[in-house]
Design a protein around this ligand. Sequence first.
Ligand code: SAT
Ligand code: MN
Length: 583
Amino acid sequence: MDNWVAQVAALTRPDRIQWCDGSDAESEALNALMQADGTLVKLNDKTHPGCWLHRSDPDDVARVEHLTFVCTSEQDDAGPNNHWMSPADGHAKVDALFEGCMEGRTMYVIPYCMGPIDSPLSRCGVEITDSPYVVANMRIMTRMGAPALARIEREGERAARGERIDTFVKGLHSTGELDPNRRFIMHFPEELTIKSYGSGYGGNALLGKKCHALRIASHQARSEGWLAEHMLILGLENPQGEIHYIAAAFPSACGKTNLAMLIPPQGYLKDGWKITTVGDDICWMRPGADGRLYAINPEAGFFGVAPGTSKQSNPNALASIQSNTIFTNVGVTADNQPWWEGLGEGEPVTDWRGEPYDATKRPAAHPNSRFTVSARQCPSYSHESENPAGVPISAIVFGGRRASLVPLVFEARDWTHGVLVGAAMGSETTAAATGAVGVMRRDPMAMKPFCGYNFADYFSHWLSFDKAGAKLPKIFHVNWFRKGDDGRFLWPGFGDNLRVLEWMIGRVDGKAGAVETPIGNLPTVADLNLEGIELDEEARTKLFGFEKSGWQAEFASIGEYLDEYGPRMPQALKDEQQRIAAM
Ligand code: SAT
Ligand code: MN
């Protein structure tokens, strides 16, 4: 590691190098530094102790998928789902930008561990950055500092003794000039290396998150026989005290954080149902000795979307972010409290760009404004998140935003069908990435922006888990976002989504009913507990119905999508698509 740090220093020429130990003293000193130069603004210390506001450059507020590259020796290994550059070109392109970019600045070296320090499922990385804001966020989002460094050194010794072991992922980051024309997020999966230049935004700059835990890890997972997925993990405890763990994949800004922290509706609460939160964004899963899939959350914090978070929509998230939280690009009230659209109380006076709030000009909070907070501050935090063995997964859920066609929930017949359901996922785009919002695109398993290799190979890898001795989770698809003819949402969502989770667990336990349709098993209205909510005729028909002609068109489009991947697409998946398309 020392060699690599020295090489990076020779390239970037920082004035100082600081190895981060993750201590409180280090964090306080960095916060003071950022407060002094205006990077962080202290929020109201009475209402929000330990909370900070960061305003990013207005051109640097979301992931930049068009500037994100996967650099593999063979272009086909990156697949049509990624932008590609050869490793030599990729290095040359960014190294030219990194040359001398840290002159006059401090270079921070952040050793981190994704997952519990003592878990065999965890993997380590080192991020080198010139951004103290990145250090502060990585401190919340990962297990960072001395314990991670110790694990990396232990693994380094084992590798030196000849064990086949990937010691750590190398990540190099600089905020650079924040010029969108000089911005690249480069991945070199074959070298376990990331180079990110020109952005300070979460998904582009906190390299442990999407760059490592999804793009690089998905590549590692494929060669080592596990899965790195864009999924929340929750524990669902029924009145008998039995806990089922559910992993669910939704595209960015489609409610993963809300579902992970769900508070049961009144009747369920009374009966003793409970949700515990293991993770809200990323899930690493591996088959255990008993054939089940065991999952860890590689992260230690939440980097959640602020707008829309309220006492009604997500009381657990709101409770989590009352202290020790970094807010990025939210508005503030007259008494210096953080504010965003949908908070439901208070009034903004300053918007996310630091200008007087003017509703006719722009929203107070950027639509992709975020909070960064330790998972331990969440009232529903599951202590199983620290279990080195992970938690056994009973159900996998795929879902997207679909205004039409797609019913509230259905169950895949078997694993192969479930993989197709994931592969065919579509969703309307959100503000989490730059570009048009609300356009339907295929986003297989919510991994379109995050899979570090060819989707065709990725689906083959998924299919390979179905083997003798495997006790795989059941797979479901949900759509909380179905709209009526007048444009209103037909399903209340939020806490009421528990009704759907209960049905899923009923299916896992062989207790709940369903009807078979070509797209999978659908509950009837009677199979779901709908006590206490009103659904009119249109809602019942659209949420629980199978619309044959619409699905025929959908399956034709799914077939075309799979064909875009050519002969690498696994035949088993194409056969499944054709079987259903013939409905
Ligand atoms: O910016 S992140 O990629 O970390 C959040 C998201 O888009 O899911
Ligand atoms: Mn995400």
